[in-house]
Structure formats: structure tokens, C-alpha cells
Design a protein around this ligand. Structure first.
Ligand code: GLN
Length: 252
């Protein structure tokens, strides 16, 4: 009886070890994003598509891995990669000093600009109006994005207005449409898409700040970072990244 027990215990142990091996041999590469950021990532016919989705696919192809894309809230991306829930993030994510303390970034593959969307005829006519003495505007942003961070520091903390945070950029734009906020600060490419879909809105000519986008990897995975960075570097060098970007953002 005891022998039998020992034998079955050993069997269970073996199985557990095998299961563990299975996980280790897993050939998937999981990229996390927030598919609310056209044209970098958005839903089309129930699928996540866009610049980041295509670059991530090209990276996975180079590494001989099967790409899996997870769609999560923007503020869950960094915690998810820190806890190794996802292998990497591609989400039009700006490289900032604060984020560099939480995750490692690859080289940058695109540039973004924080712009200001207003209603036609708005009293806000330039970025300076937001920082002027006595200013008191309600600014719509997407939660935890650089637009949120900068407006919190430059405007809310300075007593020049309040920041309204939305889970999706599109929701911030809806709030602008219905007069709940006076402007929206968001990255230029999604801004163009949102303005196109909402007559009566426009993007101000003055820009708030220019930023670099990169992929983010856990600080615990220097080898994965090196692999992804090398693949990305090759895709930039051979023009693949440029072609993907131009497919979604035709030159003006
Ligand atoms: N570039 C901005 C940031 O990194 C916004 C990105 C996004 O909304 N997907 O915070």
C-alpha cells in the first residue's frame, strides 16, 4: 500500500515537472496593448490591428515565435509586464524617465506629439492659453498616458484647471463634444482619427510636446529585451517599420 502511494506520488511529481517543461517550451510571445489608439492599435472586425500589431508580428516572425496579442487598459500595461503576465508592450507608449524605472525600453520606432483638440471657435487657441495666469480649463485625457501626466503636473498641480481622466481617448473626445471638458490633450495620430470622426472639432496648430514611442519589456528579462530590440532594429534598418507606418499614416 505504502509502495503504491509512493509510486503514485512519484507519478504526480513527474507530471508536474513535465507540465512545467511545457510552459517553458511555450513558443508564444505575448504582446499587450490597449486597442483604443488608432492607427497604432484598434479593433477591426473583432481583431486587433494597426502599426504596433504589425510590427509586433514582424518581431515575432523574426524570433520564430507565435504572437499572441492581449488587449488591456492602458494603466494595466506596465504592471502586467512587470509581473511577467505579458512578454512586452507595444501601445504607442512614450519613453519617460518615470517609466524607465519600472520597465526597460527598446530603441524607439516612432514619434508622437501631444496635441490639443478643441471645439471650433473655442477660446483656447494655443497651448500657451492652457498655462496662462488665471487659466481655468477642464482638460480631458486618457488615464495614465503622458497627456494625463503632463496636464496633471503643468495644469492641475499649478492651479490652472482640472484634469478629467477617461479610460479611452474616444471617451475624452465624447466629453469634449458634449461640453464636459474644454479640450482634450492626446497623441497626434489618434487625435487626427477622432477629429475626422467628429465634425466641429479641430486640432490646434501649436503642439504641447514631442515624444518617442518604444516597446517595453520587464526589467527581469534582459535577454528578451535584447532579442526584441535586435529584431526591431533590423526591421527599422530594412524599411519594414517605415512601410508599416506609411500604410496606416499616408504621407501628407
Ligand atoms: N503616448 C502616450 C503614452 O505613452 C499615449 C499612449 C496610448 O494612449 N496608447 O502615454
Amino acid at each position: 500500500m505504502k509502495k503504491l502511494l509512493a509510486l503514485s506520488l512519484a507519478l504526480v511529481l513527474c507530471l508536474a515537472v513535465f507540465a512545467g517543461c511545457g510552459a517553458k517550451d511555450d513558443n508564444t510571445l505575448t504582446m499587450a496593448t490597449n486597442a483604443e489608439f488608432p492607427p497604432y492599435e484598434f479593433m477591426e472586425d473583432g481583431k486587433i490591428v494597426g502599426i504596433d500589431a504589425e510590427i509586433a508580428q514582424a518581431i515575432a516572425d523574426k524570433l520564430g515565435k507565435e504572437l499572441v496579442i492581449e488587449n488591456v487598459d492602458f494603466d494595466s500595461l506596465i504592471p502586467g509586464v512587470q509581473t511577467n503576465k505579458y512578454d512586452f508592450v507595444m501601445a504607442g507608449m512614450t519613453v519617460t524617465d518615470e517609466r524607465k524605472e519600472q520597465v526597460d525600453f527598446t530603441q524607439t520606432y516612432a514619434t508622437g506629439v501631444q496635441v490639443i483638440i478643441v471645439k471650433e471657435g473655442s477660446a483656447i487657441t494655443s497651448a500657451d492659453d492652457l498655462f496662462a495666469d488665471g487659466a481655468n480649463n477642464k482638460i480631458g485625457v486618457q488615464l495614465a498616458t503622458t497627456g494625463d501626466l503632463y496636464c496633471t503636473w503643468d495644469i492641475e498641480d499649478e492651479g490652472l484647471g482640472t484634469v478629467e481622466r477617461y479610460n479611452k481617448g474616444a471617451d475624452a473626445v465624447m466629453a469634449l463634444n458634449s461640453g464636459k471638458v474644454d479640450c482634450v490633450v492626446i497623441d497626434n495620430e489618434p487625435a487626427k482619427v477622432f477629429v475626422q470622426n467628429n465634425p466641429g472639432l479641430k486640432i490646434l496648430d501649436t503642439e504641447y510636446i514631442t515624444e518617442d514611442y518604444a516597446a517595453a519589456v520587464s526589467k527581469d528579462s534582459p535577454e528578451l529585451l535584447a532579442d526584441i530590440d535586435k529584431a526591431l532594429g533590423e526591421l527599422i534598418a530594412d524599411g519594414t517599420v517605415k512601410n508599416i507606418i506609411e500604410k496606416y499614416i499616408p504621407a501628407e
